[in-house]
Design a protein around this ligand. Structure first.
Ligand code: HEM
Length: 443
């Protein structure tokens, strides 16, 4: 880290990317395929996860769960409970090992919690709780499945690369680890991965823009306009990629068979606390998690970077931190530091636009902001299609009546992460984005 800090003393407002695990070609995605299997010492974890996937374990609150299915998951959980606590020493030497260990243990954790009968208390056995808490502490992220586990560090090449320099692209990757192995689950993760990869060009344009705001002359303004128009075009492409999730991810399958595996403690049906065995034992010096949200693309540093760059503010309405600032705690530490660094930029773009009194620049800036707002409009359509619609259909099926008539954007009380009303929450963020446009110049 000393080196990293040394490099940050450069006058360039944009961080030296590699310091923050941000690759010039792949952005926040790992440039090389993440580790697919831990070394022999931790094979027990890999094996127990393989068993859960191969046995097609079913959700504990699945409607119509059979006795045989309940017995199969109980048998698997008994096995997990009996596992020895494997020491994590040795993993800490390598971020690559630590990331795979977090991923494997978090998948086991979610299998364990989500296969429990919904009335049973959630006690995570020491075999899982001690190592995941230790690794979470080491990585400085929570002991729960994150966006980096499901997307950033969870891919491999579809066909082996032909040269050493080959990098992941939208069409040549597949997902390594999944709960269901359904194409719907894979496409849900890959849609985000494709957005990360397409967005990489924006990171470079942001860097160039921030350099030019420091120069600030007529030529710089002209260049910034061009960069902003290009950024707006790429954000429009991100919107198209987001909407293309519909091609292979079926909303009802996603809602009923994929999403429930991802639930964190804060989405627990009957507000059950997750108790981590051994967390309070003095020998371990572990942090007991305060809140655990499941993975969400709200943890995508790409979208956060755009918000920061364009000046979209996510203020909280209460004394609690905003959803977006909470989500940063789930990101890989270096990506969080990257965002902190661009936040600290002494010449923010929005202020620059307001002070420049240049109509073309104002238009280019607003164009980029509106592209992000339109991305969020599309995201609301996706949330309605993938959550509100299936939730309404599931409720109708349970009640044995037709509730198909209704406004697609009415939330019917469906909650997002943190228990907020989903539609209101997404609308607020979308509106805040739209309101970031600069309407008049200040004098
Ligand atoms: C089927 C696909 C998707 C569904 C159903 C979905 C659903 C949701 C939901 C319910 C939330 C509210 C917070 C939460 O409960 O976690 C959320 C937030 C968010 N999602 Fe998605 N999402 C999808 C895909 C994506 C993709 C591909 C991205 C791209 C990066 C994305 C970016 C975000 C962001 C940035 C937030 C935070 C709120 C905001 O900035 O508007 N989502 N999403």
């Amino acid at each position: 880290m000393a080196d990293a800090l040394e490099q940050l003393k450069t006058p360039n407002p944009f961080p030296v990317a590699h310091v923050f695990d941000v690759d010039q070609r792949t952005g926040f995605m790992a440039p090389q395929p993440p580790l697919a299997r831990l070394p022999e010492k931790w094979e027990t974890w890999e094996a127990v996860l393989d068993t859960a996937v191969a046995a097609k374990l079913q959700l504990g609150d699945k409607v119509g769960l059979t006795e045989a299915e309940a017995a199969a998951s109980k048998q698997w959980r008994d096995r997990v409970r009996k596992l020895a606590v494997v020491p994590t020493s040795g993993l800490g030497d390598s971020p690559v090992f630590l990331r795979r260990a977090h991923l494997v243990l978090a998948f086991i954790l979610h299998f364990y919690v989500q296969t429990l009968p919904p009335t049973e208390e959630v006690t995570i056995p020491r075999s899982i709780s001690i190592p995941i808490l230790q690794i979470a502490k080491e990585l400085d992220i929570p002991p729960v499945l994150t966006f980096s586990d499901t997307v950033l560090y969870n891919w491999d090449f579809r066909t082996p690369p032909t040269s050493e320099g080959d990098i992941p692209t939208a069409s040549n990757i597949h997902t390594q680890t999944m709960f269901t192995r359904l194409i719907d689950e894979e496409e849900f993760y890959l849609c985000s991965a494709r957005i990360e990869l397409r967005g990489v060009e924006i990171l470079e344009l942001m860097r160039l823009t921030m350099d030019e705001t420091f120069v600030g002359d007529v030529i710089a303004v002209r260049r910034i306009k061009d960069y902003l128009h290009t950024i707006a075009g790429i954000i429009a492409e991100l919107k198209t990629i987001l909407l293309s999730v519909k091609e292979h991810c079926n909303p009802d399958i996603y809602y009923n068979q994929v999403r429930p595996w991802l639930r964190g403690e804060d989405s627990s049906e009957n507000k059950r606390k997750w108790i981590f065995e051994g967390a309070d034992e003095e020998d371990f010096h572990l942090n007991i998690p305060m809140e655990l949200s499941g993975p969400s693309a709200g943890q995508s540093a790409m979208i956060h970077a755009l918000d920061i760059f364009l000046g979209v503010e996510h203020r909280s309405t209460s004394d609690q931190p905003s959803f977006m600032s909470r989500m940063q705690l789930y990101m890989p530490r270096n990506h969080r530091l990257f965002l902190d660094h661009i936040k600290a930029n002494p010449r923010p773009l929005r202020a620059f636009v307001m002070e420049a009194h240049d109509t073309g620049l104002l238009e280019a800036y607003n164009n980029a902001v509106l592209a992000l707002k339109e991305f969020r409009d599309a995201h609301m359509i996706i949330a309605a299609l993938y959550i509100l619609g299936p939730a309404r259909r599931a409720k109708a099926a349970a009640l044995g009546r037709d509730v198909s008539v209704g406004n697609a954007m009415e939330s019917d009380g469906v909650k997002g992460t943190g228990g907020t009303d989903l539609v209101k929450f997404l609308k607020d963020i979308r509106n805040r984005t739209g309101n970031t446009t600069v309407v008049v110049f200040t004098h």
